[in-house]
Ligand binder design. Structure first.
Ligand code: A3P
Length: 290
């Protein structure tokens, strides 16, 4: 039954998994030819790593903390997904600086990016918290009948049979190909530890000079508490038939270390081992608790 539900929900293409009905192989292939502008910004993440949070941060930074013009529009419009064009936007007619979001692996991104056109901000989160967040996220999908048990989910996650495939492949792919891109790596945990420092780091990478007051506004509007109650930032505007937040909040806890409430010792050790095997040779470090 689960297998059936999963097949109705995601499909595999070029080594990763996509949400059904929201995109297609043809659409994904076309992304490679998307024309990138010098001042485009692409926010890339593995799911549940702080994407929506960073959509908020980036759109505030690019609009100088005041959201001129973006004041009344939601995150989905401020930072549309390239592989899920849910609202059928015409990307080419969007004014610069354009901001896009994506969960794509590095090899499916627009080709121009590899010639160091545009900028990529890659946000990642430790794989245990991402897994727990992902599990809760699966429970708000009507297409899965809101029912998936933890053990089953762990199995799917560890074998990469979830939306966007394996956490390990995604993070490893982006890290090992970082030279091809104009890219900034940032972690969920560092944003959590010191959001202001993270905002300054992003501003520097984007060459945006904000005054102290504007920085304060960005930080203030991107706190968990404020975003949770901001209808334009908390994804409640997302179509109900795709994501049903009556079953659980998208902005759920927003903490580091929640994995300790759910992972067994064996599951945790298994991830430690996979982490070592897949990323042990790379300078990738996370905080597992704060
Ligand atoms: P939890 O489920 O652990 O609470 P994504 O946007 O990539 O799907 O990631 C969602 C995760 O980011 C959720 O984690 C969500 O609560 C968290 N998040 C969103 N906005 C946040 C914020 N302002 N501060 C901290 N965490 C935030």
């Amino acid at each position: 039954l689960l297998e059936e539900a999963l097949n109705a929900f995601i499909f595999k293409y070029k080594g990763t998994y996509f949400l059904k009905d929201l995109t297609s192989p043809e659409f994904v292939d076309a992304i490679e030819h998307m024309e990138v502008r010098e001042n485009d910004v692409f926010l890339v993440t593995y799911p549940k790593s702080g994407t929506v949070w960073t959509q908020q941060v980036l759109s505030l930074i690019l609009n100088e903390g005041h959201r001129n013009g973006t004041e009344n529009i939601d995150n989905l419009e401020r930072a549309p997904w390239i592989e899920y064009n849910i609202r059928n936007y015409d990307y080419n007619s969007r004014p610069s600086p354009r901001l896009f979001s994506s969960h794509l692996p590095y090899y499916l991104m627009p080709k121009d990016l590899k010639f160091r056109m545009g900028k990529v901000i890659y946000v990642c989160r430790n794989p245990k918290d991402a897994m727990v967040s992902f599990y809760h996220f699966y429970k708000v999908f009507p297409k899965l009948n809101y029912s998936i048990d933890w053990e089953t989910f762990v199995d799917l996650y560890m074998s990469g049979r979830v939306i966007s495939g394996s956490w390990f492949d995604h993070v490893r792919g982006w890290y090992t190909h970082k030279e091809d891109f104009n890219i900034l790596f940032i972690t969920f945990e560092e944003m959590k530890k010191d959001l202001r420092a993270a905002v300054l780091k992003i501003c520097k990478f984007l060459n945006v000079n904000l005054d102290e007051k504007a920085i304060d506004t960005v930080v203030e509007k991107a706190t968990f508490k404020n975003m949770k109650h901001d209808p334009l930032a908390n994804y409640t505007f997302f179509p109900r038939d795709i994501l049903d937040q009556s079953k659980g909040d998208f902005l759920r806890k927003g903490t580091v270390g929640d994995w300790k409430n759910l992972l067994t010792v064996a599951q945790s050790e298994k991830i430690d081992q996979m982490f070592k095997e897949n990323l042990g040779d790379l300078p990738v470090r996370f905080l597992w608790d704060i």
